[in-house]
Write a protein that binds this ligand. Structure first.
Ligand code: FCB
Length: 447
């Protein structure tokens, strides 16, 4: 890269988080109960105190401001705001008001997620999302939108509905630990209905709001040239990458979506597309795996591997963004990041993905911002605290924060609104210094 790559004026730069992963002190949701069961979290760690942002948010946001961030994605914890059916916790509401005001003080645009993998314990006890939770969820949505519409313009209703349904109800590695395709599809349908109603409700309360889902996209490449692998990869791309979007964008008749999800009404319920992108998988036809829709996904093998075992494949972001042009909607990158112990891969990861975003903008994709996953090392669900995705290192024993080199590099990019050739050189130097140490891992992939 030997030219300066300038981003559009007003491009949003920042990072993304989720309440249960960063706050600590969350004892009233399904994840706390799940973590309490032996063997559920790979490294045996817990979310509390973890990053402890419930207490430390002021210093953390001051740091993000210093690091040039102009946007920040966070989620509001439903179980705090509604500890029991129909009961509102005024202290929790006041706390989140202070959190959002603090972001505004630092001129950081909040992007607020309403459901990011966690449910109040009482929702879980009522059958989780296997049953229609719209009444309760919409009550929560109404309350928070009324409370914060003066502070928040960007709302994400639900984070990764298909991933949530898959990990919790098909693969069973997240709560409630079901292993049934039927249950997963029912959950996905209920979540999409909740999204559609939440979309309408938010617009009724705040007409100028910008509302979307955060949708996980993965590049799905056939593992071989065999026609069955190619067909399976194509079908999985349609189902995993496009069925949810097609159902919510109401642009094309979503035939697959209708079939798979018995998609509800055809309404356009996206103002933009929130994209979470991490990796590429190789897809193989697997006749003995009906629960996985007759496919096995394994990590791609061309690029370096993250600590998670995921292939780093920046080109894929360009390809996927180009494929979104059919929806004719603006795009916000709501997550993109890499887990590693140190910080040798991350600078290059950042640069290479930002270059892909820039290339997509040049060919006409309307990308409005980039939110890196994540700001501070945090609790990575079933993997625990070991999986460090942060721009800022957290010492979980003392709570001390240490800015990683990639965060300074990113800060310069955010401030100039541009990538420069010397950023690229610096990232390549770090990558070379790290050698092959970060290229390890493997195993099955959860998309
Ligand atoms: C995404 C989740 C996010 C985080 C990253 C690594 O699927 O939305 O909470 O766990 O993966």
């Amino acid at each position: 890269m030997n030219v300066r790559l300038l981003f559009p004026e007003g491009f949003l730069w920042g990072a993304a988080t989720a309440a249960h992963q960063v706050e600590g002190h969350n004892f009233a949701n399904n994840w706390w109960d799940w973590e309490s069961q032996p063997g559920r979290i790979r490294d045996g760690s817990r979310s509390h105190p973890g990053t402890d942002q419930w207490i430390r948010y002021r210093e953390d946001f001051a740091l993000l401001h210093e690091l040039g961030h102009t946007a920040h994605r966070l989620s509001l914890e439903w179980s705090r705001v509604m500890p029991a059916p129909g009961v509102l916790d005024q202290q929790a509401l006041a706390h989140y008001r202070a959190v959002l005001e603090c972001l505004r003080q630092y001129a950081i645009e909040p992007v607020v997620t309403l459901h990011h993998f966690t449910n109040p314990r009482w929702v879980e006890q009522q059958g989780s999302w296997r049953v229609d939770q719209r009444e309760h969820f919409l009550r929560f949505v109404e309350e928070v939108v009324r409370s914060y519409r003066d502070l928040v313009r960007y709302w994400i209703t639900i984070n990764e509905p298909a991933v949530y349904a898959n990990l919790g109800f098909v693969e069973g590695i997240h709560p409630p630990g079901d292993r049934s395709l039927r249950s997963g599809l029912r959950v996905l349908r209920n979540l999409l209905r909740a999204h559609q109603d939440a979309y309408a409700l938010i617009h009724a309360l705040q007409p100028e709001a910008q509302v979307s889902l955060a949708h996980n996209l993965a590049v799905l490449t056939p593992a071989t040239h065999h026609p069955l692998d190619r067909l399976t990869a194509w079908l999985h791309d349609r189902l995993l990458n496009h069925a949810v979007l097609a159902a919510c964008a109401a642009l094309h008749p979503p035939r697959l979506a209708v079939g798979m999800l018995r998609s509800p009404r055809q309404r356009r319920t996206l103002d933009f597309i929130g994209v979470n992108y991490y990796t590429r998988s190789l897809v193989r036809f697997a006749p003995h795996r009906p629960r996985s829709l007759f496919a096995a996904h394994t990590p791609g093998t061309e690029g370096p591997r993250s600590l998670f075992g995921w292939e780093v494949y920046p080109r894929g972001l360009f390809t996927l963004l180009c494929a979104l042009r059919r929806y004719r909607l603006p795009v916000l990158i709501t997550e993109n990041g890499v887990a590693e112990e140190g910080d040798t891969l991350r600078p290059w990861f950042l640069l290479a993905h930002l270059r892909a975003v820039h290339a997509a903008i040049r060919v006409g994709v309307d990308v409005r911002g980039y939110l890196h996953w994540t700001a501070f090392d945090n609790f990575e669900w079933a993997e625990g605290l070991r999986m460090r995705f942060g721009l800022v290192h957290v010492d979980f024993a003392t709570g001390a924060r240490t800015v990683k080199p990639s965060a300074w590099l990113y800060a310069r990019i955010c401030r100039r609104n541009a990538l420069e050739p010397r950023d690229w050189q610096e990232a390549c130097r770090q990558l070379a210094a790290g050698g092959a140490s970060s290229a390890r891992g493997g195993g099955e992939q959860h998309v």
